[in-house]
Ligand binder design. Sequence first.
Ligand code: FEO
Length: 135
Amino acid sequence: MALLSWNESLIIDIQSIDFQHKHWVRLINELHEAMLQGRASQAIDQTLINALGYTRLHFATEERLLSENGYPTYNQHKKLHDDFINKILNLNDRLEKGHTVLAMELIGEMRNWLTEHIQTIDRQYVSFLKQKGVA
Ligand code: FEO
């Protein structure tokens, strides 16, 4: 069973962003599945690299959209993105040093953050971007 199911509560109704969020959910489910199946750490590492890479890509896309349109709380939004990346990198460092119990903490952290961030923080910019003609 998937760790996180794509559902209406995650749709913000900006097509390009919904597309990326949906793919993000898929990657986190893949990471969870790899951990559950006890795959070799190399396979898990690669899945985590993919998830982190996509997270960076998504943040860059969203930040560009917000910056180009003069979103008033751009800096705060970007800081939340930066803090999240740093937190995951920190957990991953500890994981690499052999703290395997952290694997589920890491995945849980990603799921909770992603869900809450999309449903609250990302949702705040929707009407602003729509007024700017972003669909
Ligand atoms: Fe969709 Fe602010 O991340």
